[in-house]
Design a protein around this ligand. Sequence first.
Ligand code: PLP
Length: 432
Amino acid sequence: MKYYSTNHNTPDVTLELAVTQGLAADRGLFMPERINPMPASFFKNISSMSFQELSFEVAKKFFGEDIPERTLEKIVFNTLTFDTPLVEVSDHIYSLELFHGPTSAFKDVGARFMARLLSHFLGQEKKMVHVLVATSGDTGSAVANGFLGVPGIKVHVLYPKGKVSDIQEKQFTTLGQNITALEIDGNFDDCQALVKSAFMDEELKKKITITSANSINVARFLPQAFYYFNAWAKLEDKTRKVVFSVPSGNFGNLTAGLFAKKMGLPVSKFIAANNLNDIVFKYLKTGIYEPRPSLSTIANAMDVGDPSNFARILDLYQNNHQAITNEMTGTSFTDDQIRETLLSVYQNKGYLLDPHGAVGYRALSELLRDDETGIFLETAHPAKFTETVEEVVGKGNVPMPQRLQNFMKGEKLSIEFPADYESFRGYLNGLD
Ligand SMILES: *Cc1c(COP(=O)(O)O)cnc(C)c1O
């Protein structure tokens, strides 16, 4: 399968090039030239399949032409060593728990898949590949842990100083080995801009091989379609309309859902659930896309002022505002509303949300119609945001899974940088 750029200004590339380059030469995002539908038989049998089995079927539709079947099967099965349970929180509202992976956020799925796919493509090559990743918190940990110890790959995590939670920071600053953490004096958008500049730096690219593990990389974002199918598989009543509410930042997750729908998953609507960074919500209302500097909120993984995957959404629907609003609606909530939702769901439903999931839940509680079933993506475990969540539900009420406790024991190691490209470039030039 060939991959084209959303800017349509550079030749199509193979999957291998799309994955190793990350971003297209014309700064566009790669898109698969076709979206192959799943056959009717797949949906008939879906409820009897495991997450791994159904994901392998979906993966073949994207990657089947480019990766030997046995290899792809191994990649999928080794990536998905955990499930994504569907838990009923209130009447017709379900939580799709995506936090059962090693770093307790949904990004484990894409990051683990990408690490294995990249490793497959590198094969016996001797050249070192440098993975650059900008993170607002969870990407860094998922990517760092997904790539930890993978030979031939070094990971450089750029994160905004003082803007990620303790546990998030520990998850990528304590690993050592092939993982380096760069603490940037700026916000997430600055980190993302530094990474993008590196990809445009032709001189640098002659010297070292770099790739991106942000959701701009097709190997990270396409596998996120897997769990939309898994949610459907687990849904008992498949006769009602299904609405997915997706707490969104860079919009990789939501875009993967749109792909799942194009493959035949019967989704009635998507809700782009935003915090105060409501750029897409505004677009849905007005048809005007106006990026802004991001605002800091308590749902910090969604503090994005210029969501990179929005280009993919525009491309999927040929820039047609009407076509896009047929597929999705939006909402935006303040920090106070997020806290209020966290508390009321905890007290009244006995379910502990994380701040991002709370945005998703609230969107459903306000927008769901009587004939619809709502599924919100619970994108991270609440213990990843212990400080914020404890402030709302009280100290001692946020149990931390063992796998997160283990991270807290490590010692933080990072290199501090100002948010300017010249310093970052100097660092990159020193790599081999
Ligand atoms: C990354 C992240 C999001 C936003 O996902 P996008 O794909 O960037 O829209 C939401 N919640 C959590 C917990 C995240 O880590």
